[in-house]
Design a protein around this ligand. Structure first.
Ligand code: ADP
Ligand code: MG
Length: 724
């Protein structure tokens, strides 16, 4: 089928599409399916001998190291449970730096002595694996002679069953490290950073009189945005297939204020999808609440309940896989790209985070007694210091070729990392800042801990959607992460920079006390110092405004517009010192991450550039030439019978064909470049490939507005966004 026929057929397919009957019967109450496929605490309690259960719980809830002696017993119970659930295989699931999820499946069954088969699953098989996996990015951490990578069970993230019509698989969340113990994945540093943050938070809690605090953990809840389009369109869009975004496409005649249209046309089909997706997520123990998002046509959002950050990160990956799978079962494609359609709002993934534990609760919850206030203010001040000092690292943690299309584009927070506190909290910190000054004259009046401190806001009343880092009542919301990325990277950064800030605070308070200061005075002193030194990062105004760009610069805040600007932040001496001091990354590891990020950036743009070239040369140019011929024939035949022929259309199309050809030739030339280093390759991708692609696209998109509709080969924005 030729291109344009394929496009028209795709539209027919969508029109005739019938939603499948829901996979679940209406009697499947959410309460009954929730966690059905998870090796939960309750399942363990039922199946494990009491001492073994207690030992595993000590690891999960109190961060005690796993006792190897119990591994065999746990493995055996897990195997029996999995076999009852129809599992034939098990897989160590890990999160390599491609950003995707990797699984290596092995069968439970091994040949027995009697010629039959026996199900084998020893403790060692549960806790450790050795996938070959040598082709995952490692940034030079693994020479070929030491190419082995190891996976190790993350006991704190529950195992689960992944269903498939052809057999179920027991999935075990794991870390992935090199033979020498270097991190090759997203989970290892996340666990390390949790530990670093927990150690410092514990010191602070002890200073506040909690003599034996539980281990503090960070919690994350991610709001995932995505687009849904009919799959029939995807098959005739090589760009969507290759790179997840459209590399061509003129804006629809009506923009994204098309809500009314879109509301009328789609709900049943999308709702059916959402219900099925939600059930699947529930089974996997992922507490999701779905809802519809009105910003762009075809765009939706799903926000699971927050969980401890490593579990949330695993669940987030699983959520993306599940949405994609269920969408396909419904004849749709779920697009997680940050900017699938130019000119239409893109997608982000807001990462909400807080920290706390079972005994103290949420440490970012402003209490209503002065004592709690002081403790809350200290944790809040830690966030302020952390974000101010390491805003560049936060920016780097969300840097990718795909997110570059969205950040700073007046639909997402700017590339400047600032904090929104809201009026009330800002006022409290203003008082703290002044408190020091008055306290010397009028001793004791505004000192923290005295009851002059106002009751803090518990209701996220005022909201600011333009801030990249906003306090929202009981948590902070990091709004810059991209919809496609794992939340692990941002959480590693948040945990680590908080570890540094809490360390600093604890050390200062301890020093003041050692010098004979009252605890309250010591707390006031450090809060005052932090707000004085780091208050510049607090900004409650409009982050999208031009004025903020200017003001931020005056305040000395970084404005790292692109990935190429942001990534070097990973390898500054301060960043290397930070990560190695808190044991999150060794210098070698952080260098490898930097290289991998550059490599991924260059690869992703390289694929797009080659796709652009191919589509322009083999799909768009031929359509334009056909139309040119049609116009030329028309002009010639009119002239042949002595009629006046207007050749303006022909000239317009011909001129654009010239531009398109020039663009194609230019891109081809730029693509021929060979780089010596990964830095050079990334820089070439950003500085040479992207502009060359833009020239091709400009001519092609203009042609789309001229070429006869029945000749145009690619599904249009209007069709993809509004026909569902
Ligand atoms: P909004 O759109 O107003 O930002 P949503 O309800 O869409 O809010 O999403 C809020 C997200 O924040 C959810 O994922 C939720 O689980 C998460 N969240 C709520 N409280 C906390 C908390 N204390 N710590 C971390 N995440 C939280
Ligand atoms: Mg939000």
């Amino acid at each position: 089928m030729s291109g344009s026929k394929a496009r028209l057929q795709a539209i027919e397919n969508v029109k005739e599409y019938q939603s499948p009957a829901a996979f679940f019967s209406a009697t499947d109450a959410p309460g009954e399916v929730f966690g059905q496929n998870v090796f939960t605490k309750a399942v363990m309690q039922k199946r494990l001998p009491k001492p073994v259960f207690k030992s595993v719980m000590a690891t999960i809830e109190h961060s005690k190291p796993l006792d190897p002696a119990v591994a065999d017993t746990v493995a055996s119970a897990m195997k029996d449970w999995a076999l009852e659930k129809g599992a034939t295989h098990y897989a160590h699931v890990f999160y390599p730096l491609t950003g995707l999820t990797a699984e290596k499946h092995d069968s439970f069954f091994e040949p027995g002595d009697d010629g039959g088969s026996i199900a084998e699953f020893a403790g060692k098989t549960l806790t450790q694996g050795e996938p070959d996996a040598s082709s995952f990015p490692n940034g030079g951490l693994r020479a070929t002679f030491e190419a082995r990578g190891y996976t190790g069970w993350d006991v704190t993230s529950p195992a689960y069953i992944l269903e498939n019509p052809n057999g179920n698989t027991l999935c075990i969340p794991t870390v992935f490290v090199s033979m020498t113990g270097e991190a090759l994945d997203h989970k290892t540093p996340l666990l390390r950073s949790q530990q670093a943050m927990a150690a410092q938070a514990k010191r602070v809690l002890k200073l506040f009189g909690h003599t034996k605090p539980d281990a503090v953990v960070s919690y994350a809840g991610a709001e995932q945005e995505y687009f849904l389009i009919d799959r029939s369109f995807v098959f005739s869009r090589p760009d969507l297939l290759n790179s997840g975004r459209t590399l061509f496409g003129a804006k629809p005649p009506k923009g994204q204020e098309f809500d009314d249209h879109y509301f009328g046309a789609i709900p049943d089909r999308v709702l059916a999808f959402m219900l099925d997706a939600e059930r699947e997520l529930f089974k996997l123990g992922i507490p999701a609440k779905t809802r519809h998002n009105e910003v762009a046509p075809g765009q939706f959002e799903i926000a699971p309940m927050f969980e401890r950050s490593n579990v949330a990160a695993d669940h987030q990956q699983l959520l993306m896989v599940t949405l994609k799978k269920v969408a396909q079962q419904h004849g749709m494609e779920c697009l997680f790209h940050e900017k699938p359609f130019e000119g239409i709002n893109g997608s982000g993934k807001h990462v909400n985070f807080s920290l706390g534990n079972a005994s103290e609760g949420n440490l970012l919850l402003p209490g209503d007694t002065p004592h709690d206030n002081a403790q809350f203010l200290v944790f809040c001040a830690a966030v302020i210091r952390a974000v101010h000092q390491f805003g560049g690292l936060l920016r780097a943690s969300v840097a990718s070729a795909t997110n570059d299309h969205r950040l700073g584009a007046n639909e997402a927070p700017p590339a400047i990392i600032s904090i929104f506190l809201g009026d009330q909290l800002t006022d409290v910190f203003d008082q703290v800042a002044k408190g020091g000054a008055t306290a010397s004259k009028e001793k004791g009046t505004i000192i923290i801990g005295a009851d002059t401190l106002p009751v803090l806001p518990t209701d996220p009343g005022d909201r600011n959607r333009t801030s990249p880092f906003a306090f929202t009542g009981n948590r902070f919301e990091f709004r810059a992460p991209g919809s496609l990325q794992s939340i692990a990277g941002p959480m590693v950064t948040i945990n680590t920079i908080l570890a540094e800030a809490l360390d600093h605070i604890a050390t200062e308070i301890e020093a003041s006390i050692a010098e004979g200061a009252d605890f309250d005075v010591a707390v006031q002193k450090i809060l005052e110092a932090i707000i004085t030194d780091h208050g510049a990062v607090v900004f409650n105004g409009d982050g999208y405004s031009e004025a903020w760009q200017v003001e931020a610069e005056a305040r000395g805040l970084l404005n790292l517009r692109t990935t190429l600007d942001a990534l070097p932040q990973l390898v500054t001496p301060e960043a290397i010192e930070l990560f190695s001091h808190y044991g999150v990354f060794s210098e070698r590891e952080i260098h490898s991450r930097y290289e991998i990020a550059l490599e991924q950036y260059a690869l992703s743009i390289g694929v797009e550039a080659r796709s652009t070239l191919e589509m322009a040369a083999t799909v768009i140019l031929p359509a334009a030439l056909r139309y040119q011929t049609e116009l030329a024939t028309n002009v010639a035949s009119l002239k042949a019978v002595g009629m006046e022929a207007d050749s303006a259309d022909l000239e317009g199309v011909s001129a654009l064909i010239v531009s398109l050809r020039a663009g194609i030739a230019g891109l081809k030339a730029v693509l021929a470049h060979e780089a010596d280093t990964v830095e050079e390759e990334a820089s070439h991708a950003g500085h040479d490939l992207l502009p060359a692609m833009a020239l091709v696209r400009a001519a092609a998109d203009e042609l789309e507005g001229l070429v006869a509709d029945d000749l145009w080969p690619l599904p249009t924005y209007q069709e993809m966004l509004f026909i569902l």
